[in-house]
Design a protein around this ligand. Sequence first.
Ligand code: ZN
Ligand code: ZN
Length: 308
Amino acid sequence: MGKFEFLWAGRVILLLLLLQLIPGILGWGKEGHYATCKIAEAYLTSDASAVVKSLLPSVAKGNLSNICSWPDEIRLNYRWSSSLHFCSTPDFRCNYDFKRDCHDTKGQENRCVTAAIYNYTMQLMTYNDSYSSKRYNLTEALIFLAHFMGDVHQPLHVGFLGDRGGNTINVHWYKTHWYQMKYKLHYIWDNLFIESAMKKLYSNDLGVMIKSIQKNITDECSNDLGKWGVCATIEVICPGSYASESIRFACKYAYINAMPGATLNDDYFYSRLPVVEMRLAQGGVRLAAVLNGIFGSKSLFCNIEITS
Ligand code: ZN
Ligand code: ZN
């Protein structure tokens, strides 16, 4: 290898290394949050939809889905919000316990995604209360709630503490070249499942993928999927249940066969993709359910037309 090639190869490797550093604990990637919110928008009642539109900033152009990734983009400015995107269980514990698991890295209680969902739901409930609503920025509350409802459904956002929800597990994703870098398992679940599904199955079009997920929801609405939007108790929202489901999916699917250094390919992808798509759907349906519960005069999940 001549000097020039050596330098060039070095630069490529450095660039690849830098690219590896960029993905951190974000949440579903941009596409995942867009999909969750797009699905939610289709299930909003007209009352709830009108309130949501009135709260959106102009940059959203009337669509909640356009702004659902915003909490990831402002994390450096809103440092206090970093711990609100996830929660972690002790290693190899496949259940979620609010008291045990909802704290930040310094042990401060109630600093996690499920508490954030409760908090922003409570803020939005003051919408019709002219005195209390002024205490909160309801535009931010809406966007944070929509975002965190997506995050809590990503199984590795309720992963093990020791590996930071799969962030310290580096694996290959469809390794085809010797120089191909590893990805964090967390990043694969945030982004690469959706990216690969779009390429392999949906003509590289997120809209086509979302329509397919919506069709699955509609097809199965007569079965138990209709219960997605309903909590076991009378609560309007039950983030602890969503977190419990996530850690169970993490244990049963995300961590299995994903040891550090493993190469994940079609076997892993096709057996887990239905879980990814179902979690996007559940996040969307439940976000709509809670917004309908807060802002709508009635609450509907199944037997309503998908409007877009
Ligand atoms: Zn997030
Ligand atoms: Zn993430």
